[in-house]
Design a binder for this molecule. Sequence first.
Ligand code: TYD
Length: 133
Amino acid sequence: MDQPCIIDLPKILDRRGNLSFIEGGNHIPFAIRRAYWIYDVPGGEVRGGHAYRANREFVVALSGSFDVVLHDGRQEYRYHLNRSYYGLYVPEMMWRSMENFSTNSLALVLSSTDYDAADYIRDFEIFRQEAAR
Ligand code: TYD
């Protein structure tokens, strides 16, 4: 799977409160190696602005809402995430930014690899060249 896509998660509706869950390799197409989350984002701030050569991600708006803007070197894709029962699969070699965070939003990111600074491409022109190969 090398295209970004929205993946619906299981949703167990219960009058005591709803429950959703993610199993790596089952609901998302990779084994979960790492989780991080982005929170307390001041209004107007943008996170990301880079691509990963190998790392793949799954992004969920656990609370609030934000936009994920992707670029594959040819075209841009924009997703508005605002529910905790679905998320966005982001394959490797996608330029990615996150913006438009609502107050008190919480972005959960599940990753396929350990953190590795060498896996980042932080220059869009270099990304375009590598993506065109
Ligand atoms: P970064 O991925 O550059 O965040 P953004 O692109 O949203 O600005 O990460 C910010 C800092 O956090 C950077 O110094 C590296 C560190 N970091 C880790 O140490 N481990 C991680 O898993 C992540 C995602 C970041």
